[in-house]
Design a protein around this ligand. Structure first.
Ligand SMILES: Cc1cc2nc3c(=O)[nH]c(=O)nc-3n(C[C@H](O)[C@H](O)[C@H](O)COP(=O)(O)O)c2cc1C
Length: 341
């Protein structure tokens, strides 16, 4: 309710400025103990997955809280899990502004932020300050100026840094906004990266006496052969799960709309069917051996249900949360709990 009042004002602003203002306001509201005036938390049906207990199946997707500055405020909105990042080893400013665009007729966004973040040390300091004790995913990436041939070094570095502080670690090889990053989804490149990260994960599990699941986040722009190769790689290297999907570079669903030709990743409603199809194919390829976390264009309870029916065990939202606000969380959780056996 409150969000629907604030939305016209926020949507009148530059998208990135609105984003910063909305998160700062959310934090202030939470700090003053007033989160319940915004939250629509809905009933909870817990999900056990990857050795973790998720209080409900709906999470916040990566990229909204890149530095882990708003964990408590976002948790108060009722998410069952929160994924922060993408974080890189060193701070970096990202691409020149403007770099985020709204396509309101399509309930979509295009962004080319380029992993703007304050670096892994700052993220960890923010995590240490948070009161949240729920499921926290930390999404890791590479700095823009690390050559792609050395990408594994950045991922290994971030994995070791965040390991003790994460419930799971998401390996982002699917942002379209870091040059050549998506090449890491190729069979050879992914095999090499997954092998190295698995070795590092096992070393860290031993050192910390705790196994932290490692999941791969993939793009929606993959053909069947690529999806098959990725699935084989996930199983071979015993990764713990997959997040499907990141944003798309396709503009087929928004052709002709204002901002449609901006470069970057498209998210929101026009991505929904594509990402659900990727989930369906992955579910067949993985035969239930690995869990799938579904993301992409979840703007309603029906969209969330479609992802679960296609084979996802959990769902994440980002653009839907921008367009619909906290009310979308309650709507989805009520629908998902009604669908429970
Ligand atoms: C502005 C913006 C920034 C994003 N940043 C990241 C990021 O840093 N890392 C990442 O893995 N995904 C990032 N994403 C992708 C989302 O996590 C999600 O996978 C994608 O947007 C599809 O979900 P949606 O349609 O609900 O937004 C970003 C998305 C948006 C819109």
């Amino acid at each position: 309710m409150l969000y629907s009042l604030a939305r016209p004002f926020l949507f009148g602003m530059d998208p990135e400025a609105a984003h910063a203002l909305a998160l700062a306001s959310l934090k202030l509201i939470e700090r003053t103990g007033m989160a319940s005036i915004l939250a629509d938390t809905g009933p909870a049906r817990s999900v056990r997955l990857m050795g973790l207990e998720f209080p409900n199946a709906l999470g916040l997707a990566a990229g909204l809280d890149k530095n882990g500055e708003y964990i408590d405020a976002l948790a108060a909105m009722g998410f069952g899990f929160i994924e922060i990042g993408t974080v890189t080893p060193r701070p970096q400013p990202g691409n020149p502004k403007p770099r985020m665009f709204r396509l309101p007729e399509a309930q979509a966004l295009i962004n080319r932020l380029g992993f703007n973040n304050q670096g892994v040390e700052r993220l960890l300091a923010n995590v240490a300050r948070a009161r949240y004790r729920g499921v926290l995913g930390i999404n890791i990436g590479k700095n823009f100026d690390t050559p792609i041939e050395r990408a594994a070094d950045d991922y290994e570095f971030c994995l070791a840094k965040v390991y003790a502080h994460a419930s799971y670690v998401a390996v982002n090889v699917s942002s379209p906004n870091t040059k050549d990053l998506r090449r890491l989804q190729g069979a050879d490149e992914l095999g090499a990266l997954a092998g190295k990260l698995k070795t590092e994960q096992m070393r860290l599990a031993d050192a910390h006496g705790r196994y932290v699941p490692l999941v791969l986040k993939i793009a929606p722009d993959l053909d069947d052969a690529q999806l098959g190769a990725i699935s084989r790689c996930l199983l071979k290297h015993k990764l713990d799960g997959v997040i499907a999907t990141n944003t798309t570079v396709s503009r087929a669903a928004v052709a002709g709309l204002r901002h449609a030709e901006e470069s970057g990743g498209l998210s929101g409603a026009p991505l929904g069917a594509t990402s659900t199809e990727i989930i369906r194919k992955l579910a067949r390829l993985l035969e239930g051996k690995l869990p799938i976390i579904g993301a992409g264009g979840v703007m309603s309870a029906d969209d969330a249900r479609a992802k679960l029916r296609a084979g996802a065990s959990l769902v994440q939202i980002y653009t839907g949360f921008i367009y619909r606000g906290p009310e979308l969380i309650g709507e989805i959780l009520r629908a998902v709990s009604e669908a429970a056996p």
